[in-house]
Design a protein around this ligand. Structure first.
Ligand SMILES: [Zn+2]
Ligand SMILES: [Zn+2]
Length: 334
């Protein structure tokens, strides 16, 4: 199974997960558009429940169920199950690799798939309000479900959309990885936040709501192209309230987050058509200093040598220009 290896001398980690190389898409990599799956062969579609691991949470008409070996739940709205090729596993295997002077932990954790719709071609930007609030509740529930597990320190919740953004199946889905460590970038961020008197994110919110980088707002959230954008058309979404974790969000805030996410995706669609992107939640549990945020990054190019070498990104579109394109379409009802 996988293992979590620590850097030679820094508090940074990588996960060695050779099992994941068995994913079908990895073998078919050279074939054009091999990442695309058709509904006929798609294991995430409604009706194909047998072709995935047993679902841990199935959302149906506002209620939550779980599959049993005897019975798979049908006609669901959202379906969550362990990744068939997990990077981390809830079973504690001894580490495979031991070397004097180097540190490795077993690859303990959870890796879950959140299928956002039983319909293959359904896209988040076209979700109804009902679907949207349902999905945001799933995001909240699953984050809460894993963060309280023993040894879990961080829940990474994200979506890869499009092959260039890392999606191997094109059925709408998100993923969740529950980690036994806090990611070093978040640790560094938190250290700096604690050195400030006021929350830097609250300060960013105050600044960006009237800046040339502003894109959208609703009663609970704002969306803007950050001054420090690591790629073209990067967008950050911040709740106005200082909240640290999805579990701290009430229904209104949760829906507003989804609503503004949908608006940004619609803008991406209007400007670019179907573009590959990632969206990622940044959240810390029981860490009141932190300010929950959601970031979107279109994937126009892969990181090249300079970025990997320096951790410094070259962005060919200013956030001010990006915002001017994205905000043209107003939010529904505005
Ligand atoms: Zn499908
Ligand atoms: Zn704040």
């Amino acid at each position: 199974m996988s293992e979590i290896r620590k850097h030679y001398f820094l508090s940074e980690y990588c996960i060695i997960a050779e099992e994941r190389a068995k994913r079908p898409s990895d073998f078919a990599n050279a074939a054009e558009d091999s990442g695309k799956s058709s509904p006929a062969s798609c294991s995430f579609c409604g009706g194909a429940e047998e072709s995935t691991p047993l679902a841990t949470a199935v959302y149906k008409n506002g209620k939550i169920f779980a599959d049993t070996p005897e019975k798979r739940i049908r006609n669901w709205d959202f379906r969550c199950f362990p990744n068939l090729y997990p990077a981390l596993s809830p079973v504690l295997y001894p580490s495979g690799h031991q070397e004097v002077g180097l540190e490795a932990e077993p690859g303990y954790g959870f890796h879950e798939v959140v299928v956002e719709s039983p319909l293959h071609g359904r896209r988040l930007e076209n979700f109804s309000d009902l679907e949207l609030s349902g999905l945001m509740r799933v995001y909240r529930d699953r984050s809460c479900n894993y963060i309280i597990r023993e040894q879990i320190r961080y829940v990474s919740l994200f979506k890869n959309s499009g092959k260039a953004a890392g999606a191997s199946i094109d059925h709408p889905h998100s993923q969740l990885l529950a980690l036994p460590f806090c990611p070093p970038p978040l640790e560094r961020e938190l250290k700096t936040i604690r050195e400030n008197e006021k929350c830097p994110y609250c300060a960013i919110l105050d600044r960006e709501k009237t800046s040339p980088r502003f894109i959208f707002e609703n009663s609970e959230c704002i969306a803007f192209a950050p001054y420090f954008s690591i790629g073209p058309f990067e967008v950050w979404i911040l709740p106005r309230k200082h909240l640290s974790f999805l579990g701290d969000c009430n229904e209104k805030t949760l829906f507003a987050l989804g609503d503004i996410l949908r608006a940004v995706l619609r803008s991406y669609g209007r400007v670019f058509g179907n573009l590959p992107f990632n969206h990622m939640f940044y959240q810390l549990y029981e860490t009141p200093e932190y300010h929950l945020n959601l970031r979107l990054l279109p994937r126009f190019s892969i990181n090249a040598g300079f970025e990997l070498n320096t951790g410094t990104y070259i962005n060919t579109v200013s956030p001010e220009r990006a915002a001017s394109y994205l905000r043209e379409e107003r939010m529904p009802g505005k």
